[in-house]
Ligand binder design. Structure first.
Ligand code: B12
Ligand code: SF4
Length: 356
């Protein structure tokens, strides 16, 4: 859960005056071959836009016909990123070649699992696909947004950006030098990636053909050799918490266990809503989860009464049962701030988001 980050007086976002397109293409001739909503690039778009203030929203493409139309309109994007899966690699590369022929200055980025694991094979892949300026290997959100920041800061000077050696961003320089940088650290809390569904970024893809998919956890403790997640990098499982409004919680309360997280008002709204975190199916809470739920309810009650000592000790208790519990860490941070800066007399304990 990421409510603290959005609500706090976060440092102002970086600016980048770049037009960015992302495409996760499917063949469409006989049937829609890969008939799912492009949620991976949707998440890369929302994450990048949360880090960087771009001049215009990132455009997302699924159908090659739409991408062809956009290319035909003649306004070149600065950066185009393609998802590279085994089922669309040739199609995406043909578009990369087309874009490079038409707009040599447009930076072409590939990402996705259809990329070798061994350095010598990565190098051979990049050398045999010269239309690709950068390959973002493994988790894409953080590395892609850093690449966009660097391209913006260095005036889209591709060779200069290659020489920086951004983690997870692979490239071959024009003089043949290889930049096969180590992988970037993984995102631990998937809630840091704003949902591309609830932000409306994927609305246009609900066309009756494509199926939505949602990633609720990433990583796998096993090591099957045929699977992208079988590598050590993905060995830890990181999850996103499932946050429910009070209305949804009431509908589901007979079948799930949940704990109250907070009362908030969304950015641009005045109506407060109570939010909950789904914890398990009904009756399946483990003892540590029961302790976490009860202590966090006591912590919340004390917090709302401005009883900082009690609230602090309850949330510290939560961390003994769940050392990585984001909401408890968040409340401990808030309590520390409120101790130094006492809230006004009319403080109602509601957390008001100033940014989406
Ligand atoms: C869900 C899934 C499916 C679904 C949906 C597939 C689809 N069309 O999207 C279904 C069940 C339909 C499916 C079927 C198949 N699948 Co499948 N599937 C998966 C699975 C489990 C998760 C994919 C996913 O959405 N993950 C969540 C997103 C967020 O992660 P991601 O896609 O990897 O994207 C991240 C990075 O790769 C990167 N990234 C991705 N795109 C881009 C773009 C840019 C610009 C950047 C910078 C970064 C970037 O950043 C993203 C966020 O970190 C993966 C295994 C896995 N654990 O990843 C296999 C996987 C993708 N599937 C695979 C295969 C082989 C298939 C099939 C071909 C199997 C078969 N023989 O039939 C079919 C093909 C279906 C089709 N035509 O679409 C392989 C692909 C291997 C490869 N080299 O490409 C994988 C990797 C499994 C494996 N063997 O390791 N699959
Ligand atoms: S490594 Fe891949 S195939 Fe093996 S269990 Fe994990 S996700 Fe499944």
């Amino acid at each position: 859960m990421n409510i603290g980050k959005a609500a706090s007086s976060a440092p102002s976002k970086r600016q980048a005056n770049l037009a960015v397109w992302l495409a996760d293409l499917t063949y469409t001739q006989q049937t829609i071959a890969a008939d799912v909503i492009p949620q991976a690039i949707g998440g890369i778009a929302t994450f990048t836009e949360a880090q960087i203030r771009l001049a215009q929203p990132i455009r997302i493409f699924k159908y090659p016909e739409r991408l062809t139309e956009a290319i035909g309109h003649g306004i070149p994007p600065d950066v185009v990123g393609f998802s590279n899966y085994i089922w669309n690699c040739s199609l995406s590369y043909e578009f990369a070649l087309l874009i490079k022929r038409r707009w040599p200055g447009t930076v072409v980025v590939f990402g996705g699992p259809n990329y070798p694991v061994l350095a010598e094979e990565q190098s051979a892949f990049l050398r045999s696909h010269p239309a690709i300026d950068f390959y973002v290997q493994k988790e894409g959100e953080l590395a892609f947004s850093q690449l966009v920041i660097m391209l913006s800061e260095l005036g889209a000077d591709v060779e200069a950006v290659k020489a920086i050696g951004i983690p997870s961003v692979h490239a071959i320089a024009s003089d043949g030098a290889e930049y096969l940088t180590p992988t970037i650290e993984r995102i631990r809390d998937l809630c840091e990636i704003p949902s591309p569904y609830t932000t409306g970024r994927l609305d246009e893809f609900f066309d009756g053909v494509l199926m939505p998919i949602v990633q609720t956890n990433r990583g796998c403790p096993f090591g099957c050799t045929f699977c992208v997640e079988g590598v050590r990098y993905y060995n830890k499982v990181y999850r996103s918490s499932i946050i429910l409004s009070e209305e949804t919680f009431k509908l589901a309360q007979d079948v799930i266990e949940a704990r109250e997280l907070d009362i908030i008002t969304a950015a641009g709204k005045t109506e407060p809503i109570r939010i909950y975190e789904a914890m398990s199916r009904a009756g399946e809470l483990k003892p540590a989860q029961i302790a976490l739920r009860d202590l966090s309810a006591e912590g919340l009650a004390a917090y709302r009464l401005r009883n900082w000592d009690d609230a602090q000790s309850r949330f510290e208790g939560c961390l003994r049962h769940a050392p990585e519990d984001g909401p408890s860490q968040l409340f401990l941070g808030r309590i520390a701030t409120l101790r130094n800066q006492a809230p006004s007399a009319d403080w109602d304990g509601i957390w008001r988001f100033s940014e989406k």
